[in-house]
Design a protein. Sequence first.
Length: 163
Amino acid sequence: MMNTKMQTAINDQIQKEFYSAYLYLAMSAYCEESNLSGFAKWLKVQYHEEMEHGMKLMEHLLERGGKVTLGALAAPPSEFGTPLVMFTEVLKHEEYITANINELYEVALAEKDYPVQVMLQWFITEQVEEESNATTILEQLKLVGDNKGALIMLDKELGQRQD
Protein backbone atom coordinates (compact mmCIF):
# COMPACT_ATOMS: atom_id res chain seq x y z
CA MET A 1 0.00 0.00 0.00
CA MET A 2 1.23 3.44 -0.88
CA ASN A 3 1.30 6.23 1.69
CA THR A 4 -0.91 9.31 1.33
CA LYS A 5 1.90 11.72 0.47
CA MET A 6 3.11 9.55 -2.40
CA GLN A 7 -0.44 8.92 -3.60
CA THR A 8 -1.21 12.67 -3.65
CA ALA A 9 2.00 13.41 -5.55
CA ILE A 10 1.21 10.79 -8.19
CA ASN A 11 -2.35 12.06 -8.57
CA ASP A 12 -0.94 15.57 -9.11
CA GLN A 13 1.36 14.23 -11.84
CA ILE A 14 -1.51 12.35 -13.48
CA GLN A 15 -3.33 15.69 -13.75
CA LYS A 16 -0.26 17.31 -15.32
CA GLU A 17 0.09 14.51 -17.87
CA PHE A 18 -3.57 14.74 -18.88
CA TYR A 19 -3.30 18.53 -19.14
CA SER A 20 -0.26 18.03 -21.39
CA ALA A 21 -2.39 15.83 -23.62
CA TYR A 22 -5.13 18.46 -23.69
CA LEU A 23 -2.58 21.18 -24.53
CA TYR A 24 -1.11 19.19 -27.42
CA LEU A 25 -4.57 18.38 -28.74
CA ALA A 26 -5.39 22.11 -28.75
CA MET A 27 -2.10 22.82 -30.54
CA SER A 28 -2.90 20.09 -33.08
CA ALA A 29 -6.30 21.64 -33.81
CA TYR A 30 -4.68 25.07 -34.20
CA CYS A 31 -2.19 23.64 -36.70
CA GLU A 32 -5.01 21.98 -38.67
CA GLU A 33 -6.79 25.33 -38.79
CA SER A 34 -3.52 26.88 -40.02
CA ASN A 35 -3.14 24.30 -42.83
CA LEU A 36 -0.09 22.71 -41.18
CA SER A 37 -1.29 19.12 -41.19
CA GLY A 38 2.19 17.68 -40.53
CA PHE A 39 2.61 19.73 -37.36
CA ALA A 40 -0.96 18.76 -36.45
CA LYS A 41 -0.19 15.06 -36.84
CA TRP A 42 3.03 15.33 -34.81
CA LEU A 43 1.14 17.07 -32.00
CA LYS A 44 -1.73 14.56 -32.16
CA VAL A 45 0.76 11.71 -31.71
CA GLN A 46 2.18 13.68 -28.78
CA TYR A 47 -1.35 13.95 -27.35
CA HIS A 48 -1.65 10.14 -27.42
CA GLU A 49 1.75 9.76 -25.73
CA GLU A 50 0.76 12.09 -22.92
CA MET A 51 -2.49 10.18 -22.39
CA GLU A 52 -0.43 6.98 -22.14
CA HIS A 53 1.82 8.65 -19.56
CA GLY A 54 -1.17 9.59 -17.42
CA MET A 55 -2.57 6.08 -17.75
CA LYS A 56 0.78 4.52 -16.80
CA LEU A 57 0.78 6.53 -13.57
CA MET A 58 -2.85 5.64 -12.88
CA GLU A 59 -2.21 1.95 -13.42
CA HIS A 60 0.77 2.01 -11.07
CA LEU A 61 -1.27 3.75 -8.40
CA LEU A 62 -4.11 1.23 -8.76
CA GLU A 63 -1.74 -1.77 -8.75
CA ARG A 64 -0.42 -0.55 -5.42
CA GLY A 65 -3.86 -0.19 -3.85
CA GLY A 66 -3.95 3.59 -4.18
CA LYS A 67 -6.89 5.83 -4.94
CA VAL A 68 -6.99 7.77 -8.19
CA THR A 69 -8.38 11.27 -7.82
CA LEU A 70 -8.94 13.07 -11.11
CA GLY A 71 -9.39 16.82 -10.95
CA ALA A 72 -10.74 19.23 -13.54
CA LEU A 73 -8.37 20.25 -16.31
CA ALA A 74 -7.79 23.90 -17.09
CA ALA A 75 -8.68 24.96 -20.60
CA PRO A 76 -5.58 25.23 -22.77
CA PRO A 77 -5.06 28.28 -24.96
CA SER A 78 -6.64 28.21 -28.41
CA GLU A 79 -4.14 30.51 -30.16
CA PHE A 80 -0.45 29.67 -30.41
CA GLY A 81 1.07 32.07 -32.94
CA THR A 82 3.71 30.88 -35.36
CA PRO A 83 5.15 27.36 -35.28
CA LEU A 84 8.32 28.89 -33.79
CA VAL A 85 6.36 30.47 -30.94
CA MET A 86 4.37 27.27 -30.46
CA PHE A 87 7.44 25.03 -30.22
CA THR A 88 9.12 27.47 -27.86
CA GLU A 89 6.10 26.79 -25.63
CA VAL A 90 6.29 23.03 -26.27
CA LEU A 91 9.89 22.99 -25.05
CA LYS A 92 9.05 25.12 -21.99
CA HIS A 93 6.17 22.78 -21.19
CA GLU A 94 8.35 19.67 -21.50
CA GLU A 95 10.96 21.28 -19.22
CA TYR A 96 8.16 21.96 -16.72
CA ILE A 97 7.04 18.32 -16.88
CA THR A 98 10.64 17.16 -16.46
CA ALA A 99 10.99 19.30 -13.33
CA ASN A 100 7.76 17.82 -11.97
CA ILE A 101 8.87 14.24 -12.67
CA ASN A 102 12.14 15.02 -10.87
CA GLU A 103 10.20 16.41 -7.90
CA LEU A 104 8.01 13.30 -7.86
CA TYR A 105 11.15 11.17 -7.81
CA GLU A 106 12.44 13.21 -4.84
CA VAL A 107 9.19 12.43 -2.97
CA ALA A 108 9.64 8.73 -3.79
CA LEU A 109 13.19 8.90 -2.43
CA ALA A 110 12.12 10.68 0.74
CA GLU A 111 9.24 8.26 1.27
CA LYS A 112 11.47 5.26 0.47
CA ASP A 113 8.94 4.10 -2.11
CA TYR A 114 11.17 1.87 -4.20
CA PRO A 115 8.51 0.67 -6.66
CA VAL A 116 7.68 4.29 -7.58
CA GLN A 117 11.39 5.03 -8.00
CA VAL A 118 11.73 2.13 -10.45
CA MET A 119 8.60 3.17 -12.38
CA LEU A 120 9.78 6.79 -12.57
CA GLN A 121 13.06 5.76 -14.20
CA TRP A 122 11.03 5.17 -17.36
CA PHE A 123 9.55 8.69 -17.12
CA ILE A 124 12.97 10.26 -16.53
CA THR A 125 14.32 8.61 -19.67
CA GLU A 126 11.18 9.57 -21.59
CA GLN A 127 11.57 13.23 -20.62
CA VAL A 128 15.10 13.32 -22.02
CA GLU A 129 13.61 12.19 -25.34
CA GLU A 130 10.68 14.63 -25.11
CA GLU A 131 12.97 17.63 -24.54
CA SER A 132 15.35 16.49 -27.28
CA ASN A 133 12.52 16.16 -29.82
CA ALA A 134 11.09 19.58 -28.95
CA THR A 135 14.55 21.17 -29.10
CA THR A 136 15.27 19.63 -32.51
CA ILE A 137 12.03 20.95 -34.00
CA LEU A 138 12.53 24.35 -32.38
CA GLU A 139 16.07 24.62 -33.79
CA GLN A 140 14.82 23.58 -37.25
CA LEU A 141 12.14 26.26 -37.08
CA LYS A 142 14.81 28.83 -36.24
CA LEU A 143 16.75 27.73 -39.33
CA VAL A 144 13.60 27.94 -41.48
CA GLY A 145 12.99 31.55 -40.48
CA ASP A 146 10.56 33.19 -42.91
CA ASN A 147 11.17 30.64 -45.69
CA LYS A 148 7.66 29.31 -46.46
CA GLY A 149 9.01 26.54 -48.70
CA ALA A 150 11.24 25.26 -45.90
CA LEU A 151 8.30 25.42 -43.49
CA ILE A 152 6.22 23.29 -45.86
CA MET A 153 9.07 20.76 -46.11
CA LEU A 154 9.35 20.60 -42.31
CA ASP A 155 5.57 20.21 -42.08
CA LYS A 156 5.74 17.23 -44.46
CA GLU A 157 8.57 15.70 -42.43
CA LEU A 158 6.69 16.06 -39.14
CA GLY A 159 3.65 14.47 -40.77
CA GLN A 160 5.65 11.24 -41.14
CA ARG A 161 5.67 10.67 -37.38
CA GLN A 162 4.27 7.26 -36.53
CA ASP A 163 1.80 6.59 -33.71
